[in-house]
Design a protein around this ligand. Structure first.
Ligand code: SF4
Length: 70
């Protein structure tokens, strides 16, 4: 299965992903994004949420969002 994740070392905290796919992307206390463990499995998402996540992945200005095979 594919998990969607954020590389916090690359995230600049722009907020694009949290705006596009708020069910999956949240901000931590440091102001950087992370993907919520309960909502980051692409295969388990409703189609709309999945598309939002993939849009966020495509739109991240620093390519911090990536898919990981588990
Ligand atoms: Fe970070 Fe990318 Fe999300 Fe912006 S879109 S907050 S850079 S992960």
């Amino acid at each position: 299965m594919e998990i969607i994740k954020v590389n916090k070392d690359v995230c600049i905290g722009c907020g694009a992903c949290t705006a596009i796919a708020p069910d999956t992307f949240k901000f931590n206390d440091d102001g950087y994004a992370y993907s919520d463990n309960e909502n980051n499995i692409l295969d388990n998402m409703e189609e709309e949420n999945k598309n939002d996540c993939l849009d966020a992945l495509e739109g991240c200005p620093t390519n911090a969002i990536y898919k990981e095979e588990k």
